[in-house]
Design a protein. Structure first.
Length: 464
């Protein structure tokens, strides 16, 4: 494994420029488009079947086999084992969630939640960060930066703190980050810059700064981030005894996950390790629905890598002219200009996928239902469950289909919204979230107020 089998390749049809993985490129130097990590698979000692990876469960004393990313290292072979940076990420679960299945409209035994909140920093980002820090180490980076709505900064800060050799710099938007996530970045000791703008502004600035100062960029425009995130799908397949589900439903923000998942399934199909891929459904929030619009309204497609850039630019120009800004309580997907748009279009083509959108009301109601099923998640995660419910109601997903929803982050990532949902009156909620069109907490678990008196407390308990 390593640089003898891996290389970078531009995704643009007609360019296809190739570069050495020992270089830190985050966009094609020739045309400016996105880059893929590609492999010369004939030089990789691949297993005959995916089930061969199960032997690594008996090697848990080996940090690489313990990692839920690197135990599949033959499927992301860009680094030699001694270069790998790991914190034991990927110790996640795929839960059969029958209580949530009833809400979503899926039959019992057919609905699963892939819970990424069990990662060291509490979100799926650690899957990508372990790979990105490994590559940063490979190229000799000493500084790293990211723009973040929260989870990326928390993950990068954690890996920087443990690694020690790479210092971190975080760009956050003004008022656009959940405290549960910001607290992690501050506590882990990275330098934080609060830019007076939204996430899209932060993303533009961090790319410019990284390019000017030679800082290693940790956002998902970095193709090595997506390599690590592929492993989420390997664990899903592992939990399902290597049988792909019918549907994979995932929230859509910067579109790194959907892009990584599409790449994972495309490679597994190419290698003959699976015989079919699940259909990917990407779920936008209605207040941040760029992908939904460009796919369903503008009919933009991957088209073999020949994506119509002029139409994308025209769409963004019109969005700016109308003053549209991303606005959703699901802060992790509050993004107008997803950097991995084109790679997501590819994932949709590979899997025969689709895009849906859900309201903030639907997201928060689904979030409450997920928690009652035993797994707490951040609001963005619940978009996958809300989207499944909507697609079942529309007849797109059959109730008997096997469905996996990805829950991207832990409930304590964004606790303020959860507490408000369960403690505020409907009118108070409407006032707090007037711009988000939230009308009621349909599944609120409001605390009972009682006098400090034994008889009163017992009466309140028995009346419930």
């Amino acid at each position: 494994m390593g640089d003898d089998v891996a290389y970078l390749k531009c995704i643009r049809n007609g360019c296809g420029a190739e570069f050495d993985v020992r270089q830190a490129h985050f966009a094609c130097p020739k045309c400016g488009d996105l880059l893929d990590v590609r492999y010369r698979w004939d030089r990789v000692d691949l297993p005959a079947s995916l089930s061969a990876f199960e032997r690594r469960w008996a090697e848990r004393a080996d940090p690489l086999s313990f990692s839920g990313v690197w135990r599949f290292r033959e499927l992301l072979p860009f680094a030699d084992p001694e270069q790998i940076v790991t914190l034991g990420e990927g110790q996640t679960i795929l839960q059969q969630a029958d209580r949530v299945a009833e809400y979503a409209g899926v039959r019992p035994g057919r609905f699963h939640l892939q819970y990424e909140g069990l990662n060291p920093s509490g979100s799926f980002k650690d899957n990508g960060m372990t790979a990105a820090f490994t590559h940063a180490r490979l190229v000799g980076a000493t500084r790293a930066a990211c723009a973040s709505t929260g989870n990326t900064s928390a993950s990068m800060a954690l890996y920087a703190a443990v690694n020690g050799a790479i210092s971190g710099l975080v760009f956050i938007g003004s008022g656009k980050i959940a405290y549960g996530k910001l607290a992690q970045a501050l506590d882990y000791g990275v330098r934080t810059l609060q830019v007076l703008g939204d996430f899209d502004a932060c993303m533009a600035r961090v790319q410019e700064v990284s390019d000017r100062l030679g800082i290693y960029l940790m956002n998902s425009v970095n193709p090595f981030r997506l390599e690590g995130q592929k492993a989420i799908m390997y664990r899903v397949l592992e939990a399902l005894r290597w049988e792909p589900p019918d549907w994979l439903v995932v929230p859509g923000g910067n579109l790194g996950n959907s892009s990584a998942f599409g790449k994972a399934f495309g490679e597994l199909l190419e290698l003959g390790l699976i015989d079919r891929a699940p259909r990917i459904a990407v779920i936008n929030a209605t207040g941040a629905d760029t992908l939904y619009r460009v796919v369903n309204d503008e009919k933009l497609r991957w088209n073999g890598g020949d994506v119509d850039d002029a139409r994308i630019k025209a769409f963004y120009d019109q969005m700016d002219a109308e003053g549209r800004r991303a606005k959703t309580t699901a802060s992790a997907i509050e993004i107008n200009r997803p950097v991995n748009l084109k790679k997501c279009l590819r994932a949709l083509e590979i899997t025969g996928g689709l895009v849906e959108k859900v309201t903030d009301q639907e997201i928060l109601d689904a979030k409450a239902q997920v928690a009652r099923g035993g797994l707490g998640c951040e609001p963005a995660s619940a978009a996958s469950v809300a989207g499944t419910r909507k697609l079942v109601a529309r007849g797109v997903i059959d109730p008997g289909d096997r469905v996996v929803c990805v829950l991207t982050g832990h409930a304590l990532k964004d606790p303020n919204i959860t507490v408000n949902y369960h403690t505020k009156t409907d009118s108070e909620l409407q006032g707090l979230y007037r711009d988000y069109h939230i009308e009621a907490a349909h599944f609120a678990n409001r605390p009972t107020v009682v006098e400090d008196d034994l008889d009163a407390i017992i009466k309140a308990i028995e009346e419930h």
